[in-house]
Design a protein around this ligand. Structure first.
Ligand code: ADP
Length: 160
């Protein structure tokens, strides 16, 4: 059985993350969406909120689980029994950062294979930080996030 983890901040989960998750879930027996706790760094949504939003958005995918992790993603992968790490690549800024991280992870855990998904054309420009900025300024983000996330952004004080 091939188990993969898809680690990230998911602050909040977007249609870009969901698209990668759907595509990866077709390739692996089990896919764990691993929500990073991020010590000491402010996030718009706390860990529980980020996990709940992801769980709700991905509930339709039977072989996908949402879990949280602290520390190194490679350590979480080992604990979860995963052989593969999934990441998404957008055309602009991702490659160098992901490449560095992949080399470091290879050094830390050579057995863990990385599988990168090219972001779909509709979501190439979509990142959580820009999404939050646009939502805060009242822009329409409904085609970029599931309804539960749009509602959560609306509810956040001062946002959208
Ligand atoms: P971000 O970099 O947007 O803050 P995360 O840290 O949650 O997002 O990202 C987790 C993974 O998902 C990373 O590999 C990132 O490159 C990927 N990702 C983020 N947004 C998209 C998108 N729109 N399409 C494809 N992959 C994405």
């Amino acid at each position: 059985m091939t188990v993969a983890i898809y680690p990230g901040r998911f602050d909040p989960i977007t249609n870009g993350h969901i698209d990668v998750t759907r595509r990866a879930a077709k390739l692996f027996d089990k896919l764990i969406v691993a929500v990073y706790k991020i010590p000491g760094k402010p996030t718009l949504f706390n860990l529980e909120e980020r996990m709940a939003m992801a769980q709700q958005a991905l509930a339709i995918l039977p072989n996908v689980e949402v879990k949280s992790f602290e520390g190194l993603a490679v350590d979480f992968a080992r604990e979860a029994g995963a052989q593969v790490m999934v990441r998404g690549l957008r055309v602009s800024a991702d490659f160098e950062r992901e490449f560095d991280m992949a080399m470091m992870n290879k050094n830390l855990q050579p057995d863990l294979e990385l599988v990168c998904f090219m972001a779909s054309p509709d979501y190439q420009f979509l990142r959580s930080s820009l999404l939050k900025e646009v939502a805060k300024l009242g822009g329409n983000i409904h085609n970029l996030v599931p309804e539960n996330v749009a509602a959560a952004l609306r509810k956040k004080e001062g946002v959208y």
